[in-house]
Design a protein around this ligand. Structure first.
Ligand SMILES: [Zn+2]
Length: 391
């Protein structure tokens, strides 16, 4: 089954070999250091900054080597803004995944207040996250950030209740979703434009990326569920935009935001990692095995089935690692670690074009192009490289 964490439209991330031939344009050392020396210099400095004892330093060297390569690759592929995204790349072993965490107080009880829209309008501090189709409103200059609208903006004042939803309190301030369409572009603030989250996410502050992921997931669900699946009548938006209820009084079915659970798993045989690739991915990219959970399956069942279908490998010793909202359009990635027998034979199947075993040394040397650094797959791989993988 298609691995939802990696889609063909994803912007390619350069591999280590790309970096060796094309140093990042934002690197202040690029004029006086050769690429490889630059990488080694970064690596040494980052290891030093991490501190710790000799044992910890050896582990950090492996972890930092991966991070430095990802950081440089990000700079190559995205622009100088990529350096703003370095913050989250240093969280391989701790903290929430990108798009997750306590970036907002949802305050869900406020959705039950009938005057939710009037309260937002009366509060001049209220922030409005604007969406148009699958895109969200952002500024690119001087640095990528959300282009919030405010209560006095003509598009906000003219909006109907159906265009709005209460998201919660972001950085302590009430925050709303406002759905616009292409005809509204002319009225947008100067410099603001709609952009796909997949393209801009890694460049945003992590809490803003989380907020846009939330807004994207909610708005796509609302836009794609307009009629009752039971009787076909139109759906009405209720509870501050978070519930859709059938307008047919004889039916009255309520619909709640749809989320599609998918497993993603780092499989090892003790010494090597099992990674696969789809034909549509950028050349050389390999990632952890992933797939959607099916009806009647537990998450663990899905791990066993997906790995067997895609690679022919039987796994055991399954442990939960972490999860990540992935609103492209509605996935929740549930990350696991699992073991298999040493030297297990691979039989490629399912959606994969190839699957291979990789040692830490091979990955560290760039033998596999890694997934985007804000993805849970990257975190699962980097955790294993760092030696903190649960065996
Ligand atoms: Zn109905």
């Amino acid at each position: 089954m298609l691995a939802p964490n990696l889609e063909p439209s994803e912007k390619p991330v350069a591999t280590a070999s790309t970096f060796f031939t094309a140093p990042p344009t934002s690197c202040s050392n690029q004029k006086r250091l050769r690429p490889r020396r630059y990488r080694l210099n970064c690596r040494k400095n980052h290891v030093r900054s991490l501190g710790g004892n000799d044992e910890g330093r050896a582990r950090n060297r492996r972890r930092v080597g991966l991070h430095v390569r990802a950081k440089c690759a990000a700079a190559v592929s995205m622009s100088s803004y990529a350096w703003l995204a370095l913050e989250f790349m240093d969280r391989a072993d701790t903290g929430p995944n990108f798009f997750a965490g306590s970036y907002i107080d949802r305050h869900s009880d406020a959705r039950e207040i009938p005057e939710w829209r009037a309260h937002a309008a009366a509060d001049p501090a209220t922030l409005y996250v604007a969406v148009c189709g699958t895109t969200q409103l952002v500024y690119r200059e001087p640095a990528p950030r959300i282009a919030f609208l405010h209560a006095d903006h003509p598009l906000v004042r003219a909006a109907s209740d159906d265009q709005l939803a209460l998201l919660g309190w972001f950085r302590g301030t009430r925050c709303m979703l406002i759905e616009l369409d292409a005809a509204d572009r002319a009225a947008l603030p100067a410099g603001a434009h709609f952009e796909e989250l997949r393209v801009v996410a890694a460049l945003l502050p992590s809490d803003e990326a989380g907020l846009l992921a939330y807004a994207r997931g909610l708005s796509i669900w609302r836009s794609r569920h307009r009629f009752c699946g039971t009787c076909g009548a139109a759906l009405l938006r209720e509870r501050a935009g978070h519930v859709l209820r059938c307008s047919n009084a004889g039916c009255g079915v309520e619909a709640f935001p749809r989320i599609d659970p998918a497993i993603i798993v780092m499989v090892t045989d003790g010494a090597r990692a099992l990674l696969g690739r789809q034909a549509s991915w950028p050349a050389g990219r390999y990632s952890t095995i992933a797939g959607f959970v099916e009806p009647g399956e537990s998450l663990e069942d899905a791990v066993v089935r997906e790995v067997a279908e895609e690679t022919g490998v039987a796994v055991h010793g399954i442990h939960y690692h972490s999860s990540q909202p992935w609103p492209f359009p509605a996935s929740l990635m549930v990350g696991f670690q699992a073991r298999c027998a040493p030297d297990a034979a691979i039989a490629v199947g399912g959606e994969l074009e190839d699957a291979r075993w990789f040692t830490r040394t091979e990955i560290d040397a760039g033998a596999a192009g890694l997934p985007p650094s804000h993805s849970i797959s990257y975190r699962l791989i980097s955790t294993w490289l760092a030696g903190t993988h649960r065996e």
